[in-house]
Design a binder for this molecule. Structure first.
Ligand code: BES
Ligand code: ZN
Length: 687
């Protein structure tokens, strides 16, 4: 790639000579180790080990993108222009994060408004961090411009052929920048410590609608030429773009849904409470500061449930189940408009400041809209997950405030500890200080740190002053610190119980003991949460007879409710219930949301026969998988150590269907078409 040495005050002639020399191929340079941690930053905890950027020297203040989308080449090409804030008087280099980008040129704006070439060096590729781009700017230009092109394999983009979309006529592309993938589609200071405004001009084929995490106009003409502006400062992980056959339908004056035409009405119906959610959160924590709040429904390959891109949350279609039972996901992504987007963790190791606060706010929204019982059920489900996850974690990973170096790949860093232990900590504080006091505290916190990125230490200082010292004798410093710095769940944790789950527990126990399933009058009332709890409490393995009995009654195999599939298929795999395998293949090939499919892959790779099946599914799914999902499944397969000869090989053609198609269905769980159900009802997963 391009390599050259920097001359401090080179004359223009020398620069030209350099530029020519730079075009010659040179040996691939070595990857750069991350910069050593500055002492002061290390002490305050305000240091980002996942970025090469040096924002204490110079920081991006505004970004202007000029981009063209090329669906045939699967690339984005164009320029990024940075308006810079030179913070250190002696600084003359701009260091950017990139991954798999081709850098065509770098230029600096000089007096009179013309642009002159700048020397730059693209270092070798680090597997995790990408390639450090160092631009020499001896004149400390107020604006620097980089011309670049993305790779078709960009880790932060997924390109889908028209055949992989719902409408089958228009290709689709979307970004997923968090945690450190923005650098694969824009050269950036890819650390949440830096916040900037941005604008973009994007061209695409005329039939393709383009949206960004910015001021999307519901009435914008679809003509292949789009302009965006994001006037609020955001960190790089909130940069987002999507393109496809996308249409808009409003939910309220400031909220609506963007989706493919075949999905938009179902999505508007499922998420019709969005405006109420915004109003509820405003009444708790202050005004929504981002103007519009829209949802973008992505194809089922989206690797997450949701992503809180500002003004436009990206949402998996797998939560559209017809009964609003999974809309806490919307509450979660909306809550990030306060916890995360407004007050932002300054590095991935402080992720609990984003996800723990958000999970707490999410639960408050659910409680306000759907009642305490629903909120409690959701807390119990997530805390059971947390306890199971903690059992396999090192003590240092179990602390909320993790030390540098503990988080290796920030995509995997967001464990149940950040989400659920984080939310539990805030619920503990709420209980001890009182709801009114704690709500006021949180509102003040969002206001005080609005549009700032902070490490855990800043929260601790703020809480010290505005909670612990303001209301003495409610929480000791030891109790407070135990939550932050110690492993496990502190003894001070408030316990949540759910009456409904008590019924589910007895029903399950009775069935396991007697073989008699609960009466329809009981299960007929069960929500998705109750079915989740029923499945999660089952033993690790069941007999084939037991699984068939459940399947005959409830049709778990083939369920269009992916939250149930997430729990049923691993049980089926562990129990060698081969009847479920065709449906398992269908499930893991069509859905890319990691949370949903990874448990099934994990169960599969535990045996040799299962590992072979898993590899087959990955190969079949690869063209439709997102790079993040592919990476996770590949890693799991590479690290698998099944016992030789273990497991039951799957022999297609020899398997009877799990349930005879005309079998009578008992009380089917929600979103499970009963035998006499409406066969025309579309499956919610996009299948
Ligand atoms: N911001 C996260 C997604 C994320 C986190 C992406 C870290 C990459 C790195 C998002 O808000 C989220 O938490 N999504 C969850 C939603 C759930 C907890 C309701 C998901 O995708 O499952
Ligand atoms: Zn989140």
């Amino acid at each position: 790639m391009i390599l050259s040495r920097f001359l401090r005050l080179a004359a223009l002639a020398a620069l030209v000579v350099f530029a020519v020399a730079a075009c010659k191929r040179e040996p691939t340079p070595a990857a750069t180790p991350p910069a050593p941690k500055p002492q002061a930053a290390a002490e305050s905890g305000d240091y980002d080990e996942h970025s090469y950027a040096e924002p204490d020297k110079v920081a991006i203040d505004d970004l202007a993108l000029e981009l063209a989308l090329d669906f045939d080449a699967r690339t984005i090409g164009g320029t990024a222009t940075y308006t810079l804030d030179w913070r250190d008087d002696t600084a003359t280099t701009l260091v950017l994060d990139t991954r798999d980008l081709t850098i065509e040129r770098a230029e600096g704006e000089v007096a009179g408004g013309s642009w002159q070439p700048l020397q730059f060096e693209l270092a070798g590729r680090d597997d995790l961090l990408g390639s450090k781009l160092t631009i020499q700017a001896p004149e400390r230009n107020a604006r620097i411009r980089v011309a670049y092109r993305t790779s078709p394999a960009a880790s932060g983009l997924q390109w889908l052929e028209a055949s992989m979309t719902e409408g089958k006529a228009t290709p689709f592309m979307f970004s997923q920048s968090q945690a450190i993938h923005a650098r694969s589609w824009v050269p950036l200071q890819d650390t949440p410590r830096v916040r900037y405004t941005y604008s973009a001009h994007v061209t695409a084929p005329a039939d393709v609608m383009v949206l960004m995490s910015a001021d999307n106009d519901p009435a914008a003409p679809r003509d292949g030429d789009y302009s965006f502006r994001m006037p609020q400062r955001i960190p790089s992980y909130l940069m987002a773009i999507a393109a496809g056959d996308l249409v808009f339908k409003p939910i309220s004056a400031r909220a609506g849904v963007w989706a493919e035409p075949a999905t938009v009405d179902r999505a508007v119906a499922e998420f019709e409470d969005t405006e109420k959610m915004i109003a509820t959160t405003e009444s708790l924590y202050g005004p929504y500061r981002w103007e519009r709040y829209d949802l973008l429904i992505l194809p089922p390959s989206f690797p997450y449930g949701g992503m809180e891109n500002p003004r436009l949350s990206f949402i998996t279609p797998t939560v559209i189940v017809g009964d609003k039972s999974l809309v806490s996901l919307i509450a979660h992504e909306l809550a990030h408009s306060w916890s995360g987007n407004l007050v932002t963790n300054s590095s991935a190791k402080d992720g609990w400041l984003n996800e723990g606060f958000t999970s707490y706010v999410e639960n408050r929204i659910v409680e306000a809209l759907y009642g305490e019982e629903r909120a409690d059920m959701e807390y119990v489900i997530s805390r059971n997950g947390l306890k199971a996850e903690i059992a396999n974690m090192s003590p240092e990973e179990q602390a909320l405030a993790v030390r540098p170096g503990v988080v290796k790949n920030p995509d995997d860093s967001l464990s149940a500890v950040s989400y659920d232990k984080g939310a539990w900590f805030l619920q503990f504080l709420e209980e001890r200080f009182g709801r009114a006091e704690f709500d006021a505290f949180l509102r003040g916190y969002f206001d005080h740190f609005a549009f700032q990125s902070i490490p855990t230490a800043r929260f601790v200082d703020y809480a010290q002053e505005h909670l612990l010292e303001k209301y003495p004798d409610r929480v000791t410093k030891e109790e407070f610190d135990a939550w932050l710095y110690e492993p496990g769940i502190p003894g001070s944790a408030p316990q949540v119980m759910s009456r409904s789950f008590g019924v589910v527990d007895s029903a399950r126990l009775a069935w396991l003991g007697s073989g008699t399933l609960p009466p329809q009058s009981i299960t007929g009332e069960w929500s998705t949460q109750e079915w989740i709890h029923f499945l999660e409490g089952l033993p690790d393995t069941l007999s084939i007879e037991q699984l068939s009995q459940l399947d005959t009654a409830y049709r778990f195999t083939g369920t269009p409710n992916a939250e149930l599939a997430q729990r049923w298929y691993p049980l089926a795999v562990r129990s060698s219930y081969m009847q479920a395998y065709p449906a398992i293949a269908d499930f893991v090939r069509t859905i890319g949301r990691r949370k949903l499919i990874m448990p099934t892959y994990q169960a599969l790779v535990a045996t040799e026969a299962g590992l072979a099946f898993a590899k087959e599914q990955l190969e079949a799914a690869r063209p439709g998988y997102h790079p993040i999902t592919t990476g996770s499944v590949e890693k799991l397969i590479a690290e698998a150590k099944p016992a030789p000869g273990s497991g039951t090989p799957f022999m297609p053609g020899t398997i009877e269907p799990a349930v005879a198609p005309d079998a009578e269905v008992d009380a089917a769980p929600p979103a499970m078409p009963a035998a006499d159900g409406d066969p025309t009802r579309p499956a919610p997963t996009g299948r």
